[in-house]
Design a protein around this ligand. Structure first.
Ligand code: ATP
Ligand code: MG
Length: 396
């Protein structure tokens, strides 16, 4: 291996990527680039050997930075901090003593086993002897712990190869496929619970995202915009950076209010959002739109309403939450850290302009006609011209 002095080693496990045949290198390359970018300016080195990824990070890099990076990098199933030492038994024992002082062993509780693999058969002890001796070391240090070889809560791994490697039960990564391997999408990001989760889901399949928010100031507050910026910033960790576009939608909203029937307001607004989103996507090289719609969740998300909004978009619209129920969406939102921000009580434009009795089963042809009659295309072009742009860092 290269110059790895003063570097800390982490072992990374891949899931779906390792099932890729000839394409595997492409996915691995993107994942490596994503990790390196997030860890920068700290020096890191990534090597691949026998189905494993070895990440060496300059020792001055805080452990927290590495953990936060690996926990938010799609493609990683799990990772463990590892200790590398010389290939003699005394060094292995010393390394084991130091590693069990750290998480997950350090609380001294629960069940464990030692799992040794000896690729180098010339090593002075065989696997069984290593396991038995180090099991004793753990029990001496933590007498409350118990050995369970079938279903242990914690595992101390020892591998004797070119050097000796010791590591413990892996911390979970987010799985999925590396961001940047599946093209680019434009996420319609509102301040609600659903759209950030939709973005997360698509990023987890490798789609790189830009975000678009429709702001209707002063009908929607500055705090509503701040909330969306905060959500974009959280998503930036998963997406390896993020650009948020903000469209001033006030004039369009007022136009819709004056030029369409009340029960059609929401549908017309959604149609306008699709038109604007298509223009932005085209400019930014986004191949698809992504929304947080779920079938039947509100009036504008019935099958008929979705068919109509769909017909207003030239680009395909991906709706990763379409078959999920609200509780599942909330659970994911908590997991990814957007929930607390999403539930802040600042309404977005849809709520403020929504009619008392919206059309629930619109007819696409009729609504397409209503949209044309509004004659709003020119105003929508202006919205796109005056777009604002914000950048959020990939730093974790
Ligand atoms: P969310 O929880 O994501 O706000 P929602 O349940 O409130 O969704 P709608 O208001 O009907 O549902 O919005 C459906 C989708 O349309 C959202 O998930 C989002 O993708 C998009 N959207 C709605 N409002 C906005 C907005 N102001 N800016 C950008 N996209 C929006
Ligand atoms: Mg909403």
């Amino acid at each position: 291996m290269n110059n790895i002095e003063n570097m800390q080693l982490y072992l990374i496990r891949l899931g779906e990527i390792s099932l890729k045949g000839l394409n595997r290198r492409f996915f691995e390359k993107q994942m490596k680039a994503n990790i390196k970018l997030k860890i920068h300016p700290y020096h890191s080195l990534i090597e691949r050997e026998k189905g494993r990824i070895y990440l060496y990070v300059d020792s001055s890099c805080p452990e927290e930075t590495v953990y936060n990076t690996l926990k938010t990098t799609f493609g990683i199933v799990g990772f463990s901090k590892a200790v590398v030492c010389e290939k003699n038994f005394d060094s292995v024992v010393d390394a084991a003593k130091s590693i069990i002082e750290k998480d997950p062993f350090s609380d001294g509780k629960g069940t464990f086993k030692v799992e040794a693999r000896r690729a180098d058969k010339s090593f002075e002890k065989n696997s069984y002897q290593i396991e038995a001796f180090l099991g004793g070391v753990v029990l001496d240090r933590f007498p409350e712990m118990k050995v369970d070889v079938h279903n242990p809560q914690k595992i101390l791994y020892v591998e004797i190869r070119d050097s000796a490697y010791l590591y413990t039960t892996p911390v979970s990564g987010p799985s999925g496929l590396p961001v940047g391997t599946a093209g680019k999408g434009l996420l319609l990001l509102s301040g609600g619970i659903d759209s950030p989760v939709a973005g997360y889901r698509m990023a987890s399949r490798g789609l790189r995202l830009d975000c678009l928010y429709f702001h209707a100031y002063p009908y929607t507050s500055e705090q509503a915009l701040q909330k969306v910026k905060d959500l974009a910033m959280i998503l930036a960790r998963w997406n390896v950076g993020m650009t948020l576009f903000v469209v001033n939608f006030t004039q369009a909203e007022l136009w819709i209010k004056d030029h369409s029937k009340e029960e059609e307001h929401t549908l017309m607004m959604r149609a306008c959002m699709m038109k604007v989103a298509n223009k932005v996507a085209q400019k930014r090289g986004c191949q698809v739109l992504v929304t947080g719609e779920a079938l039947g969740q509100v009036a504008s998300q019935t099958l008929e309403a979705m068919c109509f909004t769909n017909s207003m978009s030239e680009k395909p619209v991906l709706r990763p939450l379409v078959g999920m129920d609200k509780q599942e969406i909330i659970d994911t939102s908590r997991k990814i850290g957007t929930y607390e921000t999403s539930i802040l009580p600042f309404d977005d434009c849809c709520v403020i302009f929504s009619p008392k009795h919206p059309l629930v089963k619109p007819d696409t042809e009729t609504e397409t006609e209503s949209f044309k009659e509004m004659n709003i295309e020119e105003l929508l072009d202006k919205c796109v011209e005056n777009i604002e742009e914000y950048q959020f860092s990939y730093r974790v």
